[in-house]
Ligand binder design. Structure first.
Ligand SMILES: [Fe+2]
Ligand SMILES: [Fe+2]
Length: 150
């Protein structure tokens, strides 16, 4: 599997998670519920963003630089992570909910940009062998993360 296909498949899972969070947020009654959803989203997204940082930025660095997006790409991952972490400091349910929905909206925008610009750029610039080799690395990383701790 090509890395772009693997990451796109992960995006599909996130899109349904975002739909779920947006639908559930108005019904959440406690601060703890909002915070636990934020933690879940933070942890799942972190693994995805780390993979993109590790496997993508390196081979595509010159292209990101050409379109002036290198720093933006890395910063957006950091901003999403920070915004989700900030929710843990919220004292009021309404505020926490607002922050969570803002983080979801921002993540959606970031994902959209990757799907429209970054993934197609990777497909254009990297050859099939490289895309598949990166896909293999992704598979190994995910298998390691899922392996039970001895
Ligand atoms: Fe990303
Ligand atoms: Fe992504």
């Amino acid at each position: 599997m090509k890395i772009t296909e693997a990451l796109f498949a992960e995006h599909l899972v996130f899109h349904s998670m975002f739909d779920h969070i947006e639908a559930a947020a108005p019904r959440l009654k406690t601060l703890a519920e909002v915070k636990s959803l934020a933690t879940l989203m933070e942890q799942l997204l972190k693994a995805h963003s780390d993979t993109e940082d590790e496997l993508f930025i390196g081979p595509l660095e010159h292209c990101f630089e050409q379109i002036g997006q290198r720093d933006a790409f890395l910063e957006e991952h950091q901003e999403i992570d920070d915004s989700l972490r900030n929710i843990q400091g919220a004292r009021r349910l309404k505020k926490a909910r607002q922050l969570l929905l803002a983080a979801v909206a921002y993540s959606r925008k970031h994902f959209d940009k990757e799907e429209r610009i970054v993934f197609p750029m990777a497909e254009r610039v990297l050859n099939g062998k490289t895309l598949t080799a990166l896909g293999q690395k992704w598979m190994e990383q995910r298998a390691r993360a899922a392996a039970p701790v001895a």
